[in-house]
Design a binder for this molecule. Structure first.
Ligand code: R5P
Length: 322
């Protein structure tokens, strides 16, 4: 084999995909989309509670993708990710991409008072220090988090998938609603995709994990409202927004969010609410209870699979962002 060809083959590296325990179903689906199976690894625990990792496949010279959203249990899933990166790095992987469909700690991206951490930045430092060369993620709570990494970040959007679904419902007189001032840009882009009006809610948080509607701008009376957010955690923002919309005469209320965290009793609250259907993605695994709360999860696996293949082949990802 000519020397140059042999050298190129080593540099191309074999594509291998591993998963932690955060969302193995998504990881398997991504691999299936690439007509692959997941790499073999043991991701478990020692009896003392410490995370235990053993990569079974040879990864020397390989192009490694580790799929692990840092959803609940957040710290545990984060630790699995860090240790898996460390393991493949020490086993001479050529390149390591941390595939983090949902980036936990993202809401702690700034200090809101003195003597608080900027946790989203610390997590970025940890991922880099563990040995990741790149990050592939989706709908970061604040786009500026991308800048917390000194390595390339490919930032996918769920809006095309979510808006296609909404478009297919042929809703009468739709209006897209941002449930807070921070989400106006996101809601406006969504509105453009489906050709709808826009309404904006001003929200306040009297204390962490509680939300209150202060004011609403935009016409919603007699319309079908679609609340668009990046995530649903306690469900407080969504429930308050839905109530305010119904009080102002909205005929029907739908909700879309990329990340369905559904913390605490969020699903029960949503089940009892006026929201007809809540559409999320499978960046975070959904429990059986989600269906009883009229939650539908749309798969992001084909999109992540395409992104992984393009990264592996050094192709542009721009087409995936539009
Ligand atoms: C807020 O800035 C976010 O975009 C979401 O509106 C918020 O994280 C949702 O949280 P919760 O469901 O707990 O109100």
């Amino acid at each position: 084999m000519p020397e140059q060809v042999a050298w190129k083959r080593t540099m191309d590296g074999r594509l291998l995909i591993f998963s932690g325990n955060a969302n193995p179903a998504l990881a398997r689906e991504i691999a299936a989309n690439l007509r692959m199976t997941l790499g073999r690894a043991m991701v478990g625990e020692f009896k003392n509670g410490e995370t235990r990792i053993k990569i079974h496949d040879n990864v020397r010279g390989c192009d490694i993708f580790i799929i692990q959203p840092t959803c609940t249990p957040v710290d545990h899933n984060l630790m699995e990710l860090l240790l898996m990166i460390d393991a493949v790095r020490r086993a001479s992987a050529r390149r390591v991409t941390a595939v983090i469909p949902y980036y936990g700690y993202a809401k702690q991206e700034k200090k809101t008072a003195g003597r608080e951490p900027i946790s989203a930045k610390l997590v970025a430092n940890l991922i880099r220090t563990a040995g990741a060369d790149r990050v592939l993620t989706m709908d970061l709570h604040a786009p500026a988090i991308e800048g917390f990494f000194d390595i390339p970040v490919d930032h996918l959007q769920a809006a095309p998938l979510l808006s296609d679904y909404i478009h297919g419902l042929n809703l009468q007189n739709p209006v897209v609603v941002s449930p807070d001032a921070g989400g106006v840009g996101r809601a406006n882009r969504f509105r453009e995709r489906i050709g709808a009006g826009l309404a904006i809610i001003a929200k306040q948080r009297p204390e962490p994990d509680t939300a209150e509607v202060i004011e609403m701008v935009g016409e919603v009376e007699g319309k079908t409202a679609i609340i668009v957010d990046d995530m649903i955690s306690t469900g407080g923002t969504l429930i308050e927004a839905a109530q305010a919309l119904v009080e102002r005469g909205a005929r029907k209320v739908y909700a879309c969010a990329t990340h369905g965290i559904f913390a605490a009793d969020a699903l029960e609250l949503i089940a009892r609410s006026d929201v007809i259907e809540t559409i999320v993605t499978n960046t975070i695994p959904q429990s059986a209870a989600a269906a009883t709360a009229r939650v539908r999860a749309i798969s992001v696996a084909p999109l992540f699979a395409e992104a992984i293949m393009r990264i592996h082949k050094d192709l542009s990802l721009s087409a995936l962002f539009s």
